[in-house]
Write a protein that binds this ligand. Structure first.
Ligand SMILES: Nc1ncnc2c1ncn2[C@@H]1O[C@H](COP(=O)(O)OP(=O)(O)OP(=O)(O)O)[C@@H](O)[C@H]1O
Length: 235
């Protein structure tokens, strides 16, 4: 398998106290890797460090096997894409203009996202939250990045939109993209993921295949995601 992006012994924080403690993870071409864990465990910090928005105090990020030195804006020009819950479209522009601004062909996008076809000439600000997020993701994926870092894509959106976004992410991985997915809907995330890391207090506490995680799902949820921990054991 081809490693696209990896964290090697990564220690990162926002000040002198680290948030991630010697993190090791990798995402290969063609796979969706879910990064799960309770609030504050360091999921967003991991994505920001992989993207180059935070500098490690120890360890390194590797991009296609080489130590990554480029800052965030340059990594995004070299095949890395980041999508967050923030729906980063320009609200005063139409959907079509948003796509063109990113040098993406709107007509090609609607082939894969027919639900956007009737909305191309509407201002993004007038679309529903779900449509805005589909537009955001469609724009990112249409640029065919080598890796996608997806942080809570579906936050606040309806279940069918969540499923749609995750299906699109899965298809992108099937076409060769490496995807690291932070997603609050654990069951839905496991349905599209190949592998899983569970973070706890800035350390990988569990990792395995999605099938193994599904078999341990109730324990993972209760141990790591804030449920009843009285019967939980470490998977
Ligand atoms: N800008 C920041 N400045 C200082 N500390 C921060 C900052 N952002 C996050 N932290 C701290 O880093 C730790 C990890 O936060 P992070 O957002 O990475 O976790 P998370 O797993 O993504 O949580 P959530 O699921 O709530 O988004 C937390 O203790 C948080 O308070």
């Amino acid at each position: 398998m081809t490693s696209i992006i990896a964290a090697c012994d990564l220690e990162v924080g926002y000040g002198p106290i680290p948030v991630l403690h010697g993190l090791e993870l990798e995402v290969n071409a063609g796979e969706v890797v879910a990064l799960l864990g309770p609030n504050g465990s360091g999921k967003t910090t991991t994505l920001m460090a992989l993207a180059g928005a935070l500098s490690p105090s120890r360890g390194e990020v590797r991009w296609k096997g080489e130590v990554a030195h480029l800052p965030l804006y340059q990594r995004t020009r070299h095949g890395l894409s980041i999508v967050t819950e923030e729906r980063s479209v320009v609200m005063s522009l139409t959907a079509r203009q948003n796509l063109r601004l990113a040098r993406v062909d709107p007509e090609a996008v609607v082939v894969d996202y027919p639900e956007l076809a009737d909305h191309l000439d509407r201002k993004a600000g007038l679309l529903s939250g779900g449509q805005q997020q589909i537009l955001t993701l469609a724009r990112a994926l249409a640029r065919r990045p080598d890796a996608l870092l997806a942080d809570e894509l579906s936050l606040g959106l309806a279940p069918q939109i969540t499923s749609r976004l995750l299906t699109a992410v899965r298809s992108a991985a099937d076409s060769g993209m490496a995807v690291l997915l932070v997603e609050q809907h654990v069951r839905k995330a496991l349905q599209v993921a190949d592998r899983v890391y569970v973070l706890r207090q800035g350390r990988i506490d569990w990792s395995g295949t999605a099938a193994q995680a599904l078999a341990n799902q109730s324990r993972i949820e209760s141990s790591y995601l804030g449920g009843n921990t009285s019967t939980a054991t470490t998977p």
